[in-house]
Design a protein around this ligand. Structure first.
Ligand code: ATP
Ligand code: MG
Length: 159
């Protein structure tokens, strides 16, 4: 359905408002004018955003920042990114991070809860919608996950 992107990003932040307040996380949302709205499957994309923001919150210490941003990519897609100032991911783990059940060493995620499925589910949903997802990270500095989606209704899709 036709979706207001600012509203969608603010809604996801609202869903986590308790944890955001509890960890004194600063959260910001920026949406560029040329991607103010898009045709997308709201339930599915909410799940992608929920998984990414939940990770950002889990792996960012108290007082950190999370930024949500929507821009138009060079190839005319909607590009949504979730950036955090958290613990980051070691280089050697980045390429495997979208695999099912893959988690960066058990010691650090043992007490975090979760199964290691969030990112693989996010990738499946994004792929099914004709987009792609990627992750950049610097250990102890933070992570940036970006996914793209078509801005307009695709031929043959019911949306
Ligand atoms: P689940 O999402 O099923 O609750 P999970 O968060 O462990 O569990 P994923 O979301 O798939 O699983 O993430 C896989 C692993 O990638 C995590 O266990 C964590 O080690 C690492 N990771 C994911 N996002 C971040 C992030 N923003 N910062 C640091 N590490 C991350
Ligand atoms: Mg997760």
């Amino acid at each position: 359905q036709q979706t207001d992107i600012s509203e969608m990003l603010e809604d996801v932040a609202d869903r986590f408002s308790f944890q955001i307040r509890q960890k004194r996380i600063h959260i910001s949302t920026v949406v560029h004018k040329d991607v103010a709205s898009a045709w997308l499957d709201r339930d599915q994309i909410d799940q992608v955003l929920g998984n990414l923001v939940s990770n950002a919150l889990k792996y960012t210490p108290e007082g950190g920042t999370i930024s949500l941003q929507a821009v138009k990519s060079e190839d005319g897609m909607l590009a949504i990114s979730v950036r955090d100032s958290g613990i980051g991911i070691p280089k050697k783990d980045i390429e495997r991070i979208f695999e099912r059940f893959y988690r960066v060493d058990k010691a650090r995620s043992r007490n975090m809860g979760g199964t290691g499925l969030g990112l693989s589910i996010a990738r499946e949903i994004v792929k099914a919608h004709g987009g792609s997802i990627s992750l950049q990270s610097e250990l102890n500095e933070g992570s940036l996950v970006t996914f793209t989606l078509p801005l307009h209704q695709q031929r043959g899709s019911e949306g």
